[in-house]
Design a protein around this ligand. Structure first.
Ligand code: MG
Length: 170
């Protein structure tokens, strides 16, 4: 029986899940964008029902995807007025809670932000600190990259921001 339990424990340890997420929001009139929980002053804002934190939305979908728990829209419907202007850290924290409730932990998260504007690199350290707090993991388990669309397409014309995210769950 002990040997069986050990085998089961080993099997659980090696139960590794990966999830991916994507999101995109257009710009609208405003004075700042919120990315990974950090407010970046800018001459526009991202349109959306919540704070429109496109990077945190992509990461939330990645975490939910890894545990087969639907997506951000099923847990936090845009039609629900209680999420109007809500900080997206609420959504990500809920996804992390669902992982923990199943005995899981987030091994690492990797995010790519595609934005022609604003300039994101000066804010990457603060963004990583913010995500570290919400995810409850150290900064060396979080990667945030910012790139442009090389002036191609809607993103390249600076009409909005997109983000891709991957999360690994053990
Ligand atoms: Mg979104």
């Amino acid at each position: 029986a002990d040997r069986l339990l050990t085998a089961r424990a080993l099997a659980e340890l090696s139960d590794i899940r990966v999830g991916q997420g994507f999101d995109i929001h257009p710009f609208t009139e405003g004075s700042a964008v919120t990315l990974c929980g950090v407010v970046i002053p800018f001459d526009r804002k991202l349109a959306g029902h919540s704070d429109a934190d496109v990077a945190m939305h992509a990461l939330t979908d990645a975490v939910l995807g890894a545990i087969g728990e639907g997506d951000i829209g099923t847990h936090f419907p845009p039609s629900d007025p209680q999420w109007k202007g809500a900080p997206s850290s609420l959504f990500l924290a809920k996804a992390v809670d669902l992982v923990r409730a199943r005995g899981g932990m987030i091994a690492n998260a990797d995010i790519s932000i595609i934005a022609e504007v604003p300039k994101i690199s000066p804010h990457l350290a603060a963004m990583k600190r913010a995500l570290s707090g919400v995810l409850g993991i150290s900064g060396d388990r979080i990667a945030i990259k910012a790139t442009t669309a090389e002036k191609l397409g809607a993103l390249g014309r600076g009409e909005g921001i997109a983000a891709f995210a991957v999360a690994l769950i053990r």
